[in-house]
Design a protein around this ligand. Structure first.
Ligand code: SF4
Length: 963
């Protein structure tokens, strides 16, 4: 059997570190002659997804150019291996169309005219605008909005140094739904499964081929499988992941929680749960349900209450809801029980992100972990915070005093992240404006639903005063910016990263390869753009310099946070920022470096990564440290407090740290949900999504095919007004799955990668043969028209049995477009389109031409052989903010019909007046703050860039009185 080792030594061949300074290979272009080429190999970190795998840049010593990227065997998470997107970085850095210099618009916004400008002018312009906003107490008008962060902590530090609540993210179109399900259990909002040591692995969606932490997790899932673990995949699509599984469970979208709760019932009824774990590590004594209160009752009576409460979740009921066979549900439940503490699972997007109430998939999945005692165990479910390490810099600003209601409005007090998909609607409602807007590696016009509402917002200079797109590539959003600021790819920037990839903790250091080599050669480089292609910069130095531009004399108190820890009053350098952390904040790193006679920064520049620890299991069982115990007291519920703050919990007579929840235990019963107006969801539950078949029927005025016994009595009143088709609506109603990833594409950043686009460039609509027949004998390749609530899109059909009847699917990666023919967007991935606003808020897009070969300095652009750029479906989606998590619920009802003679491939129509109306209908489902004590949000729930506590209170913080 293959021996997998963390140091990569199991790989058959990779350059040993001692040869990285002069690595010799034969020149492939000289073949069959054997001509030697000499390379310097420099480690860095991939930036093409969140996984942060280790790259090795091969720099040709003769030309000084990076010629390829391979895996860094010294990286503990990726272990020398990469997915297709890692090596493809080479095509991105050498893309002849890339942005090389800062650009400023020279005509109307969105007009596509640009002139080159200097970094000094950019800093001066933004510095002055932001300074004025701060001086006029308009801090909330400065907003940073990020797509792919690619770093840890530095932006939190920067924005808090500015004293503003200005961080916006993409998380509410991504993962916030699953996060709530997890954090209600254990505060940590992400899972970190120990796949490699598991006996049974359950994946909800296509995690093995394209999931979160894709390559590091995929390696370990296969490692687990090779060691005998069984794999089950719950996914409506026959994905490549499902094809590798022992069990494929093609659940009807949105019904996953019903299946998971039925599995839990099998384990409960067959008494195969870990009673000791449930008794010791859940807050079962707080449970109140169906008139039963566990307080003062026996543990056995709690189990009986749970069995009564979940009695409805028979395998047969779950089969009826989901389509997954009852016997498969029973069989997998038994396998999970057998795996016990070695049961691992993963859920991130898919069912959680697609559905109204999708967060319950995570809550129900965690119930299986709790019943099997597989929390914190080898081969089980770990907390992300236990497997991720974020070192702290030399000094940090205090939390901001402000609360920005454009980010965390009162309607969604339990949203885990900013309500960013609703920003255009918030501005339309007059909730605020933005003076200075930074979009960073972020393309909402294309990635988000309702892109035309974003265009309407971005082109309005009243609503958005000044917009800079910080981006390594052109994007549809950059087109509507005032400044387009080129930022580096993986080998052109500094960042520090850590992810929960396996049962361990590590840090990875991204570094600008050409700068590192020039500095090794003795050249003095002040700023990374001096070494990068053109004047491509990096964000770290940009934010340091912008902070100095905002507060040049230090009187605003901002500059102090960006001064050197070693040279008082002098501007901080990146070497100093990271060097200090490596010396002082990473346990064991200084010693490891000293062993090699290196400084910690030199060590990280040499190896690119460092494993901090592998002692990561059962951290909840660690004893409370002695210093915290002295002067502490034990509350009635067993929580150990000191000076009013919880420091641990009593378990088996011992004070242990527990979890960061109010009960310090895993919260089977969420008092938070009850206190915050959702008492019906205090326990893990299943409720029907907005795309449930009964909602589909109702949307077309047909009776739901439901029997009395399994209908959801609250369903009608909660959701029925959500979809309003036009009176003359025709076509069949389906559920559209629009968010599955392709393993070799990056949301919008692969558009300039010829390797990746040559592999895939189409996104047809998956249609089951039964449905194809119903739709008039549609064949693969036929044009088909998909109506959403706010418009339509036209694309080709792909007839496949890899999807259940009643469901259609389309990958979200394709459909890039550009408004001019020859410049400023990746021509190998985008269609040239004609975009017209034909009425107020009514937008029509038609493709003028698809992808064509074109002339550049790269001869390959003349060899582009594909013409399809796909269809941009997201433009036609309205926002669907889940009333609890705020997550955009991507799955949606659509009407599908054969395209008419007037329709052309790629046609799109949208009415943003309708999208605003859909937003209003979803907003009406919320149960707004205040919660207990006048709070905007529970104090214990994490918040990105957390303000000071006073800002959590509605009546005092809006005007900043208490603050
Ligand atoms: S999984 Fe692929 S894209 Fe993501 S960091 Fe690793 S190599 Fe890069």
């Amino acid at each position: 059997m293959t021996d997998f080792k963390r140091d990569g030594s199991h790989l058959a061949s990779y350059p040993p570190v001692e040869k990285w300074d002069d690595w010799v290979e034969y020149d492939p272009e000289a073949w069959p002659r054997r001509v030697q080429k000499h390379y310097q190999l420099v480690p860095t970190i991939c930036f093409n997804c969140e996984s942060a795998c280790g790259l090795l840049a091969y720099v040709d010593k003769e030309t000084g150019q990076v010629t390829k990227f391979e895996g860094n065997p010294k990286h503990p998470a990726s272990r020398g291996r990469l997915c297709a997107k890692g090596p493809a970085t080479i095509t991105q850095i050498h893309d002849p169309d890339r942005i090389l210099y800062p650009m400023k618009r020279s005509g109307p916004r969105g007009g596509g005219k640009w002139t080159r400008t200097s970094w000094d002018e950019v800093l001066e312009t933004f510095g002055a605008r932001i300074r004025k906003a701060f001086q006029e107490n308009r801090g909330e008008e400065v907003m940073y909005h990020v797509g792919r962060p690619g770093h840890d902590f530095i932006m939190e530090r920067t924005l808090q140094a500015w004293g503003i609540d200005g961080h916006n993210s993409h998380t509410n179109v991504c993962s916030s739904s699953a996060r709530l399900g997890y954090l209600l259990w254990h505060y940590a909002d992400r899972p970190s499964p120990d796949h490699a040591n598991a006996r049974f692995i359950l994946l909800l969606s296509a995690h093995l081929e394209s999931g979160h932490y894709f390559n590091p997790h995929a390696q370990r899932i296969i490692e687990g499988k090779m060691a005998g673990a069984k794999l089950a995949v719950m996914d409506p699509r026959l994905s490549n992941t499902a094809s590798m599984a022992d069990y494929w469970m093609p659940s009807y979208p949105g019904t996953e929680a019903a299946v998971l709760l039925a599995m839990a019932m099998v384990i409960l009824k067959e008494n195969r749960f870990d009673a000791r774990f449930v008794k010791n590590w859940t807050n079962w004594e707080e449970l109140e349900v169906d008139g039963f209160s566990a307080r003062g009752q026996s543990f056995e009576s709690l189990i009986e209450a749970l069995k009564r409460h979940y009695a409805k979740f028979t395998p047969e009921f779950a089969e009826k809801e989901s389509g997954v066979k009852a016997e498969i549900i029973v069989q997998t439940a038994r396998e999970i029980a057998t795996a016990g503490s070695r049961f691992a699972s993963h859920l991130w997007r898919g069912s959680a992100s697609g559905n109204l109430g999708g967060w319950q998939s995570a809550r129900a999945l965690m119930l299986l972990h709790v019943l099997t005692g597989s929390v914190g165990t080898p081969g089980g479910h770990n907390l992300n915070a236990w497997n991720k390490f974020v070192p702290r810099p030399y000094k940090n600003p205090p939390p901001q005093k402000r609360w920005n209601e454009l980010l965390y409005p009162q309607e969604w007090p339990l949203c885990t992240h900013e309500m960013s998909p609703l920003l255009p609607h918030f501005l339309k409602e007059g909730r605020g404006r933005i003076e200075a807007y930074f979009t960073r590696v972020f393309n909402p016009v294309w990635t988000y639903p309702d892109g035309f509402s974003w265009i309407e917002m971005l082109r309005d200079e009243e609503k958005v005063g000044l917009h800079a797109a910080l981006t390594p590539t052109w994007s549809e959003t950059a087109w509507f910016a005032d400044y387009v600021l080129p930022m580096g790819f993986s080998s052109e920037r500094h960042d520090l990263m850590s992810q929960e990839s396996y049962a361990g903790k590590w840090i990875g250091f991204r570094q600008p390869v050409l700068r590192v080599l020039q500095e090794r050669a003795g050249k003095k480089i002040d700023y990374t753009y001096q070494a990068n292609p053109g004047e491509v910069w990096e964000e770290d130095e940009f934010w340091i310099n912008l902070s100095w531009a905002i507060d040049p004399d230090g009187k605003m108190g901002i500059r102090q946070w960006f001064e050197s820890p070693y040279r008082p009053g002098q501007k901080l350098t990146v070497d100093e920022y990271y060097g200090w952390m490596f010396e002082n904040s990473v346990p064991g790193l200084p010693e490891a470096a000293a062993k090699e006679g290196l400084k910690p920064l030199e060590y990280m520049r040499k190896y690119g990564a460092y494993e901090v620890t592998t002692d990561v299991h059962r951290l909840n069982e660690k004893p409370v440290v002695h210093a915290d115990l002295s002067g502490s007291k034990v509350e009635a519920n067993g929580v150990v407090t000191k000076a009013g703050k919880a420091v641990g919990v009593m378990v088996d007579g011992e004070a242990v740290v527990g979890y960061n929840t109010p009960s310090r235990k895993l919260e089977l019963f969420s008092k938070t949900m009850a206190d915050w107006k959702w008492p019906e969801f205090a326990l893990p539950e299943y409720y029907r999504s907005h795309i449930h078949v009964s909602a589909q029927a109702a949307s077309m005025g047909k009776p739901a095919e439901d029997s009395e016994s399994d209908s959801d009595p609250d369903f009608d009143k909660r959701y029925m007004p959500l979809v309003e088709w036009p009176k003359d609506a025709n076509g069949e109603v389906y559920t559209l799955l629009p968010i599955f990833r392709l393993p070799h594409l990056i949301h919008t950043r692969s558009g300039n990668s010829k390797f990746l686009y040559e592999i895939a460039h189409k996104n047809p609509l998956w249609v089951n043969p039964e449905d194809a027949k119903k739709l008039g004998d549609i064949r693969t390749g036929d044009l088909i028209k998909v109506h959403t609530e706010i418009g339509f899109f036209v694309l080709h059909a792909w007839i496949t049995e890899g999807l259940a009847p009643g469901v259609v699917a389309c990958s979200h990666h394709m459909g890039r477009w550009r408004l001019n023919k020859d410049d400023q967007l990746e021509r190998m991935s985008s269609a040239w389109v004609d975009l017209k606003e034909v009425g107020k808020g009514q937008w029509k897009m038609r493709q003028t031409s698809g992808v064509e070969p074109y002339e550049t300095t790269d001869p390959d652009t003349k060899r582009v052989w594909w013409s399809d750029a796909g269809v941009h479906q997201n433009l036609t989606f309205p926002v669907h903010p889940d009333p609890i998590t705020g997550m955009h619920c991507w799955h949606q009802m659509v009407r599908v019909e054969r395209a008419s003679a007037d329709d052309r491939y790629g046609d799109i129509f949208v009415d943003t007046n309708l999208s605003f109306a859909v937003y209003q209908r979803w907003k009406a489902l919320t149960r707004p703050a205040p919660g207990p004590g006048g709070l905007r949000r529970p104090l214990w729930i994490p918040r990105v860039h957390r303000p000071e506590e006073a800002a959590f209170y509605i009546d005092t913080s809006v005007e900043g009185k208490k603050a």
